[in-house]
Design a protein around this ligand. Structure first.
Ligand SMILES: *[C@@H]1O[C@H](CO)[C@@H](O)[C@H](O)[C@H]1NC(C)=O
Ligand SMILES: *[C@@H]1O[C@H](CO)[C@@H](O)[C@H](O)[C@H]1NC(C)=O
Ligand SMILES: *[C@@H]1O[C@H](CO)[C@@H](O)[C@H](O)[C@H]1NC(C)=O
Ligand SMILES: [Zn+2]
Length: 301
């Protein structure tokens, strides 16, 4: 009995110790590395994220348009940090609130961060960059409370495709990366107050998107996230993405990639929501389906 107790204690402290320094395999150095086990729900969950989104087999849905409030405000003192796992923005002037669509309540933006190489893939295609806009359900007072409930968080995912033309919105972030790159600057915020960024500058057309029930893609992988992954992508240059890959997660060690491997869909549905502008209302089911295939074909193939 004593043996079992101390073994369990030793195991728990090991698990806790590891929880603080979880990370990603450096596939740039060794492409054969397997993805690490992060423990807990990350390994045992059944509604995990990210997933590969199959545009063809998604179910078709129709919802009212999403309503975005204050996303077009140029932010006067946005704070940017290298937290050792990503580049994260917070400190918005006002509440940025999304409602409408299939949402039962209002969700407010808590932070925005990036993954280089996208976490979600669409038709097995991985994009160079993915932005996550993390929202908290306003019926809960804070993130720790919201993370306890199935409807606690909403994350809007935006994928970026490779383009020869720099993305002006992304550039407002990239031009400050040199100030946070060094590992000695981890968790030291810099302000993006010179070229005031509005989150809207980073968004595509919001009419068409995939939605499914999933999880945080970082430990503790809580299964409390309604995902909205936009089907339209935004441009970014490889040089802009390269700047993200140069941030350090440890002295002398660059965070060359920070995406989690794809997770099993299990019995979940992925719904493809077509906005009213796509003109789908009133058409028959099979015509609607062929429209989806057409739209999917144009956007992803
Ligand atoms: C979150 O809100 C709950 C309920 O008001 C409170 O008990 C808790 O201390 C808060 N947590 C944080 C981290 O602020
Ligand atoms: C990062 O900062 C440390 C401490 O200030 C310094 O010794 C090191 O040379 C810097 N690394 C780079 C790549 O600039
Ligand atoms: C990840 O995606 C690949 C390609 O679609 C697939 O073969 C693999 O089974 C997926 N992994 C899981 C866990 O679903
Ligand atoms: Zn993320």
């Amino acid at each position: 009995m004593h043996f079992i107790t101390s073994w369990v204690l030793a195991f728990c402290s090991l698990a806790l110790g590891r929880a603080n320094d979880w990370g990603y395999p450096d596939w740039e150095t060794d492409s054969t590395l397997s993805f690490p086990k992060w423990g807990g729900l990350c390994d045992s969950g059944t509604r995990q994220s990210p997933i590969n989104i199959n545009a063809i087999t998604s179910l078709k849905g129709e919802f009212d348009p999403l309503k975005l409030k204050n996303y077009d405000d140029p932010q006067s003192d946005l704070q940017m940090v290298n937290n050792g796992h990503s580049i994260q923005l917070s400190g918005f002037d006002d509440d940025l609130i999304v409602s409408g669509g299939g949402l039962l309540s209002d969700y407010v933006v808590e932070q925005v961060h990036f993954h280089w190489w996208s976490e979600h893939t669409i038709n097995d295609i991985r994009y160079p960059l993915e932005m996550h806009i993390v929202h908290r359900n306003t019926i809960y007072p804070n993130m720790s409370m919201a993370s306890e409930f199935k409807d606690g968080l909403l994350v809007i995912g935006v994928l970026f495709h490779a383009s020869p033309t720099p993305n002006q919105g992304i550039e407002k972030i990239v031009e400050h990366l040199k100030d946070v790159k060094n590992a000695s600057n981890i968790n030291n915020a810099v302000s993006l107050k010179i070229n005031k960024l509005a989150i809207m500058e980073l968004l595509p057309n919001m009419d068409n998107y995939f939605t499914y029930a999933g999880s945080l893609t970082t430990p503790n992988c809580a299964e409390v996230v309604t995902w909205i992954v936009m089907s339209e992508t935004r441009p970014v240059t490889f040089d802009q993405v390269k700047q993200f890959k140069e941030i350090e997660h440890e002295e002398g060690k660059q965070l060359t990639n920070n995406y989690r491997e794809n997770q099993s869909l299990n019995d979940r549905a992925v719904v493809f929501v077509m906005g009213q502008k796509s003109g789908a209302s009133g058409v028959t089911g099979s015509l609607a389906l062929s429209l989806i295939v057409l739209v999917a074909g144009q956007k992803f193939l």
